[in-house]
Design a protein around this ligand. Structure first.
Ligand SMILES: [Ca+2]
Ligand SMILES: [Ca+2]
Length: 267
Protein backbone atom coordinates (compact mmCIF):
# COMPACT_ATOMS: atom_id res chain seq x y z
CA UNK A 1 0.00 0.00 0.00
CA UNK A 2 2.55 2.58 -1.05
CA UNK A 3 2.84 5.05 -3.86
CA UNK A 4 0.10 6.98 -5.58
CA UNK A 5 -2.89 5.38 -7.24
CA UNK A 6 -6.55 5.95 -8.02
CA UNK A 7 -9.04 6.61 -5.23
CA UNK A 8 -12.58 5.22 -5.66
CA UNK A 9 -15.90 6.16 -4.06
CA UNK A 10 -19.16 4.19 -3.85
CA UNK A 11 -17.37 0.92 -4.60
CA UNK A 12 -20.57 -1.10 -4.15
CA UNK A 13 -22.18 0.58 -7.17
CA UNK A 14 -22.38 -1.42 -10.42
CA UNK A 15 -20.33 1.22 -12.24
CA UNK A 16 -17.72 1.48 -9.46
CA UNK A 17 -14.84 1.39 -11.95
CA UNK A 18 -15.88 4.86 -13.11
CA UNK A 19 -16.20 6.23 -9.58
CA UNK A 20 -12.74 7.74 -9.45
CA UNK A 21 -12.21 10.62 -7.03
CA UNK A 22 -8.59 11.26 -7.91
CA UNK A 23 -5.89 9.46 -9.87
CA UNK A 24 -2.70 10.27 -8.06
CA UNK A 25 -3.20 10.00 -4.30
CA UNK A 26 -1.74 7.93 -1.48
CA UNK A 27 -3.50 5.11 0.33
CA UNK A 28 -3.73 7.30 3.39
CA UNK A 29 -5.05 10.36 1.52
CA UNK A 30 -7.73 8.19 -0.03
CA UNK A 31 -8.86 6.04 2.89
CA UNK A 32 -8.59 8.69 5.65
CA UNK A 33 -10.96 10.98 3.74
CA UNK A 34 -13.96 10.03 1.60
CA UNK A 35 -12.40 7.20 -0.39
CA UNK A 36 -13.79 3.67 -0.14
CA UNK A 37 -11.19 1.91 -2.28
CA UNK A 38 -7.74 2.46 -3.75
CA UNK A 39 -5.95 0.92 -6.72
CA UNK A 40 -5.46 1.22 -10.44
CA UNK A 41 -7.34 0.04 -13.50
CA UNK A 42 -10.29 -1.06 -11.38
CA UNK A 43 -8.19 -3.45 -9.29
CA UNK A 44 -9.66 -1.96 -6.16
CA UNK A 45 -8.31 -2.58 -2.69
CA UNK A 46 -11.08 -1.77 -0.17
CA UNK A 47 -10.21 0.79 2.47
CA UNK A 48 -10.20 -0.65 6.02
CA UNK A 49 -13.39 -0.12 8.02
CA UNK A 50 -13.26 2.68 10.57
CA UNK A 51 -13.59 0.26 13.48
CA UNK A 52 -10.56 -1.83 12.52
CA UNK A 53 -7.07 -1.68 14.00
CA UNK A 54 -5.72 -1.13 10.49
CA UNK A 55 -7.78 2.04 10.14
CA UNK A 56 -6.66 3.28 13.55
CA UNK A 57 -3.02 2.98 12.59
CA UNK A 58 -3.59 4.39 9.09
CA UNK A 59 -5.67 7.35 10.27
CA UNK A 60 -4.85 7.83 13.99
CA UNK A 61 -6.59 11.22 14.16
CA UNK A 62 -9.77 10.01 12.50
CA UNK A 63 -11.48 10.79 9.23
CA UNK A 64 -10.34 13.93 7.45
CA UNK A 65 -6.89 14.16 9.08
CA UNK A 66 -3.51 12.92 7.91
CA UNK A 67 -0.30 12.36 9.84
CA UNK A 68 2.40 14.49 8.23
CA UNK A 69 5.86 12.96 7.76
CA UNK A 70 5.61 10.23 10.37
CA UNK A 71 5.13 12.52 13.36
CA UNK A 72 2.26 10.67 15.01
CA UNK A 73 1.35 13.53 17.37
CA UNK A 74 0.84 16.01 14.52
CA UNK A 75 -2.19 16.11 12.29
CA UNK A 76 -3.07 17.91 9.10
CA UNK A 77 -6.54 18.56 7.73
CA UNK A 78 -6.99 17.35 4.17
CA UNK A 79 -8.47 19.92 1.80
CA UNK A 80 -10.88 17.51 0.11
CA UNK A 81 -12.14 20.21 -2.26
CA UNK A 82 -8.64 20.70 -3.59
CA UNK A 83 -7.51 17.06 -3.50
CA UNK A 84 -10.60 15.69 -5.25
CA UNK A 85 -11.40 18.78 -7.33
CA UNK A 86 -14.95 18.70 -8.69
CA UNK A 87 -15.47 14.98 -7.94
CA UNK A 88 -16.34 15.35 -4.26
CA UNK A 89 -19.17 17.88 -4.60
CA UNK A 90 -20.57 17.52 -8.11
CA UNK A 91 -23.09 20.25 -9.07
CA UNK A 92 -22.45 21.98 -5.75
CA UNK A 93 -20.10 24.40 -4.06
CA UNK A 94 -17.37 22.73 -2.01
CA UNK A 95 -15.98 24.42 1.10
CA UNK A 96 -13.16 22.85 3.07
CA UNK A 97 -13.59 22.41 6.84
CA UNK A 98 -11.42 20.74 9.50
CA UNK A 99 -12.08 17.90 9.54
CA UNK A 100 -14.05 17.16 6.39
CA UNK A 101 -15.71 19.58 3.99
CA UNK A 102 -19.15 20.98 3.22
CA UNK A 103 -20.99 20.69 -0.07
CA UNK A 104 -23.64 23.33 -0.70
CA UNK A 105 -26.37 22.45 -3.19
CA UNK A 106 -28.87 24.69 -4.97
CA UNK A 107 -32.45 24.95 -3.72
CA UNK A 108 -34.35 21.79 -4.55
CA UNK A 109 -31.23 19.61 -4.36
CA UNK A 110 -29.53 17.78 -1.51
CA UNK A 111 -26.07 16.33 -1.06
CA UNK A 112 -25.97 12.57 -1.59
CA UNK A 113 -23.19 11.30 0.70
CA UNK A 114 -22.55 8.11 -1.30
CA UNK A 115 -22.67 9.53 -4.80
CA UNK A 116 -20.87 12.69 -3.62
CA UNK A 117 -23.12 14.92 -5.68
CA UNK A 118 -26.08 17.23 -5.42
CA UNK A 119 -29.17 15.30 -6.49
CA UNK A 120 -32.74 16.41 -7.00
CA UNK A 121 -34.92 16.37 -3.93
CA UNK A 122 -38.08 14.36 -4.71
CA UNK A 123 -40.60 16.58 -2.97
CA UNK A 124 -43.39 14.20 -3.97
CA UNK A 125 -41.83 11.43 -1.86
CA UNK A 126 -41.73 13.60 1.30
CA UNK A 127 -43.99 12.54 4.13
CA UNK A 128 -45.65 15.95 4.15
CA UNK A 129 -47.84 16.05 1.04
CA UNK A 130 -46.36 18.65 -1.27
CA UNK A 131 -49.65 19.17 -3.13
CA UNK A 132 -52.76 19.63 -1.04
CA UNK A 133 -55.63 17.72 -2.63
CA UNK A 134 -53.81 17.13 -5.90
CA UNK A 135 -51.19 15.09 -7.66
CA UNK A 136 -47.51 15.85 -7.26
CA UNK A 137 -45.14 15.72 -10.24
CA UNK A 138 -41.46 15.79 -9.39
CA UNK A 139 -39.09 17.78 -11.60
CA UNK A 140 -35.33 18.28 -11.45
CA UNK A 141 -34.80 21.11 -8.98
CA UNK A 142 -38.49 21.56 -8.16
CA UNK A 143 -41.94 19.99 -8.51
CA UNK A 144 -45.42 20.98 -9.61
CA UNK A 145 -48.98 20.06 -8.75
CA UNK A 146 -51.92 19.06 -10.90
CA UNK A 147 -55.59 18.91 -9.93
CA UNK A 148 -58.45 16.68 -10.97
CA UNK A 149 -61.24 18.76 -12.55
CA UNK A 150 -63.34 20.53 -11.36
CA UNK A 151 -60.66 21.40 -8.82
CA UNK A 152 -58.15 24.02 -9.85
CA UNK A 153 -54.83 25.23 -8.51
CA UNK A 154 -54.97 28.22 -6.21
CA UNK A 155 -52.56 31.14 -6.24
CA UNK A 156 -49.89 29.23 -4.35
CA UNK A 157 -49.83 26.60 -7.13
CA UNK A 158 -49.54 24.01 -4.35
CA UNK A 159 -53.18 23.46 -3.43
CA UNK A 160 -56.27 22.26 -5.28
CA UNK A 161 -59.46 24.15 -4.52
CA UNK A 162 -62.91 24.26 -6.02
CA UNK A 163 -63.40 26.93 -8.64
CA UNK A 164 -65.71 29.08 -6.54
CA UNK A 165 -63.54 29.24 -3.49
CA UNK A 166 -60.49 30.13 -5.47
CA UNK A 167 -59.22 33.41 -4.27
CA UNK A 168 -56.03 35.05 -5.25
CA UNK A 169 -55.97 36.77 -1.90
CA UNK A 170 -55.44 33.75 0.31
CA UNK A 171 -51.79 33.58 -0.41
CA UNK A 172 -48.72 35.65 0.11
CA UNK A 173 -46.21 35.83 -2.68
CA UNK A 174 -43.36 37.86 -3.98
CA UNK A 175 -44.33 41.23 -5.45
CA UNK A 176 -42.48 42.34 -8.58
CA UNK A 177 -42.15 46.07 -9.06
CA UNK A 178 -41.21 45.98 -12.68
CA UNK A 179 -42.05 43.91 -15.74
CA UNK A 180 -39.74 44.31 -18.69
CA UNK A 181 -40.83 44.45 -22.34
CA UNK A 182 -39.91 40.76 -22.59
CA UNK A 183 -42.35 40.04 -19.71
CA UNK A 184 -39.52 39.21 -17.33
CA UNK A 185 -40.34 40.22 -13.76
CA UNK A 186 -37.72 42.16 -11.84
CA UNK A 187 -37.14 44.31 -8.77
CA UNK A 188 -38.96 42.10 -6.21
CA UNK A 189 -39.91 43.82 -2.96
CA UNK A 190 -37.47 42.29 -0.54
CA UNK A 191 -38.98 43.65 2.67
CA UNK A 192 -42.34 41.89 2.52
CA UNK A 193 -44.55 39.46 0.69
CA UNK A 194 -48.02 40.51 -0.42
CA UNK A 195 -51.29 39.05 -1.63
CA UNK A 196 -52.09 39.42 -5.30
CA UNK A 197 -54.39 42.37 -4.69
CA UNK A 198 -52.08 44.17 -2.29
CA UNK A 199 -49.24 43.74 -4.68
CA UNK A 200 -51.12 44.94 -7.73
CA UNK A 201 -52.85 47.84 -5.97
CA UNK A 202 -49.96 49.13 -3.95
CA UNK A 203 -46.55 48.04 -5.03
CA UNK A 204 -46.07 46.15 -8.16
CA UNK A 205 -46.72 45.09 -11.68
CA UNK A 206 -46.72 41.31 -11.23
CA UNK A 207 -47.11 38.74 -8.47
CA UNK A 208 -45.90 35.33 -7.44
CA UNK A 209 -43.17 32.97 -8.57
CA UNK A 210 -45.03 32.49 -11.85
CA UNK A 211 -44.86 36.23 -12.52
CA UNK A 212 -48.63 36.67 -12.89
CA UNK A 213 -49.14 40.07 -14.49
CA UNK A 214 -51.26 42.63 -12.67
CA UNK A 215 -54.27 44.00 -14.54
CA UNK A 216 -53.59 47.18 -16.42
CA UNK A 217 -54.32 50.36 -14.54
CA UNK A 218 -54.75 53.81 -15.97
CA UNK A 219 -54.87 55.61 -12.70
CA UNK A 220 -51.95 57.80 -13.60
CA UNK A 221 -49.67 58.72 -10.75
CA UNK A 222 -52.38 58.55 -8.12
CA UNK A 223 -51.20 57.21 -4.83
CA UNK A 224 -53.16 54.12 -3.91
CA UNK A 225 -54.09 52.79 -0.53
CA UNK A 226 -56.04 49.77 0.59
CA UNK A 227 -59.58 50.21 1.80
CA UNK A 228 -61.41 47.74 4.02
CA UNK A 229 -62.77 44.67 2.30
CA UNK A 230 -65.93 45.66 0.51
CA UNK A 231 -69.03 43.60 -0.31
CA UNK A 232 -68.27 40.19 -1.82
CA UNK A 233 -65.03 40.16 0.13
CA UNK A 234 -63.28 42.08 -2.56
CA UNK A 235 -60.38 44.16 -1.47
CA UNK A 236 -60.59 47.56 -3.02
CA UNK A 237 -57.99 50.14 -3.67
CA UNK A 238 -58.85 53.76 -3.79
CA UNK A 239 -56.88 56.53 -5.32
CA UNK A 240 -56.71 59.70 -3.30
CA UNK A 241 -56.37 61.89 -6.32
CA UNK A 242 -57.89 61.83 -8.80
CA UNK A 243 -60.92 60.29 -7.12
CA UNK A 244 -60.94 56.92 -8.76
CA UNK A 245 -61.87 53.63 -7.19
CA UNK A 246 -60.24 50.62 -8.60
CA UNK A 247 -61.61 47.23 -7.77
CA UNK A 248 -59.72 44.16 -8.63
CA UNK A 249 -62.29 41.45 -9.10
CA UNK A 250 -61.62 37.81 -8.61
CA UNK A 251 -61.48 37.43 -12.34
CA UNK A 252 -58.36 39.58 -11.97
CA UNK A 253 -59.86 42.07 -14.37
CA UNK A 254 -59.45 45.61 -13.22
CA UNK A 255 -62.60 47.69 -13.05
CA UNK A 256 -62.39 51.39 -12.76
CA UNK A 257 -65.26 53.31 -11.24
CA UNK A 258 -65.24 57.02 -11.86
CA UNK A 259 -66.40 58.90 -8.81
CA UNK A 260 -65.98 62.48 -9.80
CA UNK A 261 -68.06 64.87 -7.75
CA UNK A 262 -68.53 62.57 -4.79
CA UNK A 263 -65.65 62.09 -2.46
CA UNK A 264 -66.96 59.17 -0.42
CA UNK A 265 -68.43 56.93 -3.07
CA UNK A 266 -68.04 53.27 -2.32
CA UNK A 267 -68.20 50.35 -4.72
CA1 LIG B 1 -10.93 19.12 5.27
CA1 LIG C 1 -37.59 17.78 -7.35
Amino acid sequence: SSGRRECYFDTAAPDACDNILARNVTWQECCCTVGEGWGSGCRIQQCPGTETAEYQSLCPHGRGYLVPSGDLSARRDVDECQLFQDQVCKSGVCVNTAPGYSCYCSNGFYYHAHRLECVDNDECADEEPACEGGRCVNTVGSYHCTCEPPLVLDGSRRRCVSNESQSLDDNLGVCWQEVGPDLVCSRPRLDRQATYTECCCLYGEAWGMDCALCPAQDSGTAQLYTAPRGPLGILTCAATSPKILITILQTSKCQQLKSQGQSQQRP
